[in-house]
Design a protein around this ligand. Structure first.
Ligand SMILES: *Cc1c(COP(=O)(O)O)cnc(C)c1O
Length: 426
């Protein structure tokens, strides 16, 4: 399992030629830089466009033009059932039963909708346990939910500080926090993969721990979905939410997703209801009483945006053909190559923040430049100007995410060569 990597163009080209998933790259539009493909490492922020998306969106525009309202019932994929056409592949990507997932809204909206049902604070158990340094939306959503229920975030929002040297969080720290606060915690909410450090969490172990303390357990999978093979059903998590424009390649502002574990399929927990969540069989009787569709579908509010679901449908078909197991296999080797290049060629310039254990990370490596923030910014600008596209996260992290669907070993080498050229010049 220790691949013999080399820092040469010949080696990278041979590795790309031998890659069993290499043909998938041709299914994507790679942003050009000065007439050549850029080395695009931002699939964790905005995944690239599958070529098939344009025709899929145009097909729906054509149906609208030709069929008008009849498009709800006619056409190849009638709009009435459209969210169901993405369901099986979505379930596959997150390791859930089809009835446990739904494509709807966006991440932030779904987080709030899930919390309406799964964050039920009481005087004795009012708290949410989350990570310190979470993505802003998560912090804002959780704090505002605490206030909405009339509690004081100073007491009811417990933020777990990173306890490992690079700012990552150990399982032991989560255990300690639950041992101390667990009896007061209504909801344990953590990421699948942390957006700044790239650390991956063990969803099943965390869920078991949270449940042992009587907490509901939810996950934000923004950086995990389409990145790691997930087994959400088996993890036992109560709910999860995600967006689809990062590793899922479904376009800016794409339709997000939610998972609700089967055990809550017919829950009596409160929810915010809308007509699209009403039992499909009787939805159009337009009665006054809300009867939810069992499963995740019952949390839908509105009839879905078809033009936005078309890219998700196309993109999930790509995942279905590639398979998460094969993608992970390549991802381990590809990110392993990037890490090897940093460790063996660039150790005087860069440090990797992301855990070295491949089981504790996905595709992304978060990298710090030695010498402080200003040098970090300078390298980042240099990379962007030379067609090596990563992103910058305050205060001092460059995120580089080789995506197994479309990145090449040659891209990783291009990153290393650009860093070396900058270091030599500086
Ligand atoms: C990307 C990301 C979001 C974005 O939320 P939207 O509602 O899609 O804008 C939220 N949380 C995390 C952890 C993210 O990485």
């Amino acid at each position: 399992m220790s691949p013999a990597y080399e820092a040469t163009t010949a080696w990278a080209q041979a590795a790309d030629a031998a890659d069993p998933l290499r043909a998938f790259r041709d299914e994507f539009l790679i942003p050009p830089h000065e007439g050549r493909d850029s080395a695009y490492f931002c699939g964790n922020s905005l995944g690239l466009q599958p070529r098939a998306v344009r025709a899929a969106v145009e097909a729906e525009l054509d149906y609208w033009g030709e069929l008008g309202v009849e498009g709800h019932f006619k056409g190849r994929l009638p709009w009435m059932d459209y969210h169901e056409f993405v369901r099986d592949h979505l379930a596959e990507v997150v390791g859930a039963r089809p009835s446990e997932v739904v494509a709807m809204n966006t991440l932030g909206v779904n987080l709030h909708l899930m919390m309406v049902s799964f964050y039920r604070p009481t005087a004795a158990r009012p708290a949410i346990l989350m990570e310190a340094g979470a993505f802003p939306t998560d912090r804002y959503a959780l704090e505002s939910q605490v206030r909405f229920h009339g509690f004081d975030p100073a007491e009811a929002l417990i933020e777990l500080e990173a306890d490992e040297p690079n700012g990552t969080l150990s399982m032991a720290a989560i255990e300690r926090a639950l041992a101390e606060h667990g009896h007061r915690v209504a909801l344990l909410m953590l990421p699948g993969v942390q957006y700044r450090t790239g650390q991956a969490f063990d969803l099943q172990a965390i869920t078991e721990l949270g449940h042992r303390h009587g907490c509901m357990v939810g996950f934000d999978l923004a950086h995990a979905v389409g990145n790691l093979p997930l087994r959400l059903h088996d993890s036992g998590a109560d709910f999860a939410i995600w967006c689809s424009y990062k590793y899922l390649n479904s376009g800016p502002g794409a339709v997000g997703g939610a998972f609700v574990h089967e055990r809550h399929a017919n829950t009596a927990l409160p929810r915010f209801a809308g007509w699209w969540g009403h039992d499909k069989a009787t939805r159009f009787q337009m009665g006054p009483e809300f009867v939810p569709t069992p499963g995740a579908d019952g949390w839908q509010l509105s009839n879905p945006p078809i033009l936005a679901l078309a890219p998700l449908r196309v993109s999930l078909e790509v995942f279905h053909r590639a398979g998460m197991a094969r993608l992970r296999e390549k991802s381990l080797r590809l990110t392993g190559y990037l890490e090897w290049l940093v460790d063996t060629q660039l150790a005087d310039v860069l440090d990797v923040v992301t855990p070295a254990d491949p089981a504790r990370r996905g595709a992304q490596l978060s990298i710090r430049v030695r010498g402080g923030r200003e040098r970090g910014r300078a390298l980042f600008e240099h990379l962007m100007a030379h067609g090596v596209i990563g992103d910058w996260r305050e205060p001092d992290v460059i995120r580089i995410s080789p995506v197994p669907l479309y990145n090449r070993y040659a891209d990783c080498l291009a990153f290393a060569e650009a860093v070396r050229a900058w270091a030599r010049a500086g």
